[in-house]
Design a protein around this ligand. Sequence first.
Ligand SMILES: [Zn+2]
Length: 524
Amino acid sequence: MFAIRLSPVLLAGLLAAFFARAEDAPFAAKAEHVVLVVWDGMRPDFIRADTTPVLHALATRGTFFGNNHSVYITSTEVNGTAIATGCYPGRTGILANVEFRPDIHPFHPVATEHPQSCRRGDEVRAGKYVRVPTLAEIVQRAGHRTAIAGTKPVALLHDRGLDRAASHGSTVLFAGKSNPPAALAPITAALGKFPSYPDVETLSPNTAQNAWTARALTEQLWRDGVPKFSTLWLGDPDFSQHLTMPGSPTALAAMADSDAALGTVLTALRAKGVLEKTNIFIVSDHGFSTVDWAVDLSGALKKAGFTTVRAYTKEPQPGEILQVALGGSTAFYIPGRDPELVKKLVAFLQATNYAGPIFTRTALPGTFAMQAARIDSPDSPDVLLSFRWQDEKNANGVPGLLAAEGRRNNYGTHASLSRYDIHNTLVAAGPDIRAGFRDTLPTANVDVAPTILHRLGIPGADQMDGRILREALAGVEVAAPQPETKTLEVSTPTAVGTWRQYLKITTLGDHTYLDEGNSGPVPK
Ligand SMILES: [Zn+2]
């Protein structure tokens, strides 16, 4: 990079500037608005001129982040919260899409994005269901209006506050519902009700719901002007890739839908005369894999003498393991955190050929501590399994195959430590974003919020885990430090040989990025 010709003193100054806090840096943003568009489950290798012309043009015109990372567990609610807060799951408290939280429901695992989970979670945790503030909350506290619109309920995690008095008229739309509730009537009067999905038998993308949500944002929530900060969360291509698999005709049609919705956003910004004053970020929550090995994990556990349940019906009894399937990962909760049972379960998993990396609260031999993936929290499960994956291609020629709990093969899922689930989409364009730039430094979903706050000139970025993506900011001269990649490996003898698992991690200054993890020897 350009740093090699600089004197050591100047280089040190530039490196200091790279990690400088938002508040210290002299800065004059040109943009007055930020719009964040999430394409759920969008793999970056599908950004192409033929499949997604609008996104491809933005990635070419602005900055394409070529090494972006989803956070583990690579699923929607976890990354929705990481994107909204700039923090890892261990700090946000949202560790999975479905979690056992006895203070929210004593017996059943709960969907973390469900309005009831959010409400009850905030009740029992003094408003800290998500433990750190979200971008929408921070922007509202700074005195501005926000508009969040999602085809999926994950949007609620971005702005779940029930007290709207100090929200400056901010609205959140989530799967056709709204907060405040009264905001919905004028939208449905203009656009009709939130459409229902036709039928999974049709194998069609979720076209109508995504188009409705994009119009609700651009035509209704932006009716009286574009707010300081907006989010549009599109449910595709995730929905269509689950329904079929990555690269299918349905998945490609879903990307065309999301591209059209992105076009709707750009057209609306241009019509309102603010396109040149808006920084746009397009991100996906996670990547995607194809399941080629459906594992009957509870059947195997039963055969091995374990007692597992999917939900309790009464107070958990000793030995009764709660097993929560999360796609490419499975979480296990053990009554009383019984250390002997944890050990037995881990030994069982380490003797299978479908287990990938295993995490335990106590870092048992041959496992990683939860902290290694930044999922350590009082609510962490006792054992977390990420399934094994490989590079091979699916029937559509798309690489990334995965084992997962299920009854059938050849469908799409995610939530593992596969590099295809972790590496995801991030594109930015606008007056404050470098033009025609391909960022090769490691970046992550947690870096989006601090970068957006910095661009809006609102303090708070230094409270977040992520970094400001300075290398992608127009007019900012900074030397980037050299990223360093290393591998953590643990092993332990088992009944069938030696168990090995690894995590590949890249560090950039004091920021770390989890690249991938699998079982078996470290790949060359
Ligand atoms: Zn998702």
